[in-house]
Every structure is written in C-alpha cells, then in structure tokens.
Design a protein around this ligand. Sequence first.
Ligand SMILES: N[C@@H](CCC(=O)N[C@@H](CS)C(=O)NCC(=O)O)C(=O)O
Length: 295
Amino acid sequence: MTDPTPNTPAYTPPPVWTWNKANGGQFANINRPTAGPTQDEALPVGRHPMQLYSMGTPNGVKVTVMLEELLALGHHGAEYDAWLVRINEGTQFDSGFVAVNPNSKIPALMDRSGPQPVRVFESGAILMHLAEKFGAFLPSSGAARAECLSWLFWQMGSAPFLGGGFGHFYAYAPHKIEYAIDRYAMEVKRQLDVLDRRLAESAYLAGDDYTVADMAVWPWYGALAKGLLYEAGEFLQVQEYKHVQRWTDRVAERPAVQRGRKVNRTWGQPDSQLHERHDASDFELRTQDKLAPPA
Ligand SMILES: N[C@@H](CCC(=O)N[C@@H](CS)C(=O)NCC(=O)O)C(=O)O
C-alpha cells in the first residue's frame, strides 16, 4: 500500500492485533492491554478523613486544589493525607490502589469520614463528591448548577484529546506523524477558542464565581496557555487566547491553588514540590528545609 503522507511509515493492520511491548513511545513501560492488579500491595492510611492517592499531574492537581480551597474556607472535614502514587513506576497496579480505582489511574480518593469508607475515582467525580459534601464551589440548583456541571464535564470529555491525542503525538510518540499532529492540533486550538469565547463573556467558566469547573480546566488548559505542557506554546500560538490568559493568571493567584499545585509533585524546582502532604504545616516545613538545610 502506498502511504500518501510523506513522513509516515506505511502500515497495514494485521487481522488480529498483538501487543508490541517495546513500541518506543514514552511511558510504554506502564501501558498494557489488560486491567487488574499486577502485585499485592496494600495502601497506606493516614489520620485524616480524606485519603488521597495521587500524583501532581493535571488530573491530580484538580483534587489537591479543591481540598486546599475547602480547607481555606474552614471546612475541617476536608483535612487530607495525600499519598504519592508513582505512576511511572507502576504503583497504580498495586492491589490496594486497584481496589480504590479499578481503572488504575490517579487520582483516587477514599472518603473515610463516615462509618464505611467510600471510594471515589475519576477526578470529575471526586470534585463533585467533595463539592456536594461540603456545599461549596458548585451551585446547588438551577441554571447555575447546570452551567457549572456542563463545563466540568466538558473538561472530562475534552482533555483526552489534548493529552492522549495532541500531547502524545506531538511530544511522546516515537516518531512524528504529521496527520496525527495536525488532527489533534486543530482540535486543541478549537478547544482553546471555545474557552476563550466563554471567558470573554464571564470572569469564570460557570459565571461570576470560581467553581469546580475552573479547578478542572485550569491545570490542563491554563498550563497549556502558559506553554508549560508539551513545550507547545509557540506551536499552538497560545498567547492569542487573551481571555484564557487573563483567567489563567487570575486562578494562579489564589493561595489554595499555589499550595494544591505543589502536592504530590515530583519534578520542577525543589520549592514547587511537596511529595506527600499530611498536615497544613508540611508546606512551611518544606520551605524551612530549604532555608536551613541539615548540616
Ligand atoms: N479520566 C481520568 C484520567 C486519569 C488519568 O489519566 N491519570 C493518569 C495521570 S494524569 C494516570 O494515572 N496514568 C497512569 C496510567 O495510565 O497507567 C480522571 O480524570 O481521573
């Protein structure tokens, strides 16, 4: 078969797909075509009502920002232990983690505030669970609630095109495939335009108030708008999305956002990382460590 695209090797799918383990893609070592645990390993449990098992990726940051925002409002029931799940090392396939999230992806939450622990997985479901439990960051009824949930679910449906589509083929695939990069770059620019037009109408995604919709969208599209995802800022000309830029800056100013984005983060500047969080003072201790390193 002749391939019409010049930089793509020709490929004819065989009748039956087989797993090529070393496919050359980044993260190929953790990808596999089956679900379920690969090793028996229990999860740690701390002293707080909320036990979060996560990593500081955009999906993880949504939840740590929400927990920090709830604590900032005085909801002590949102106190949490944030345990680090090193997804690059395959810890998401430990039996304890799979019992909390059968989909083996961070973030996963165990709500231990009631008589029976409640598991919650999928970042959007975790945000809703916490918002409903504490009556915060999600309007309780009517058009405002519908608008907020619409943007929250927009994020859940859209980000896989950004991460699994554009990000994968632009940054992680073993070779650059023009067709795939073109297709997903077009879609991601369309998504940025959707956000930009919405944010031209209102301060935040759901209207005048900051909600779980902003918490879900900001770690992905805010990072993209600042050129922090996939080093794709110039390629996508992100500076053109002026309203997204304004909103990104405004959300980033929030102290709870500044704390939440550090939790379970294992890369970047040392002062941007707090591998695990078990107490509010962990943020200050981290800073003190830097000011006075052990002799
Ligand atoms: N739809 C899920 C996506 C979660 C997700 O993709 N998590 C990634 C990190 S951002 C992960 O755990 N990947 C590990 C793996 O795929 O094995 C959510 O929003 O919670």
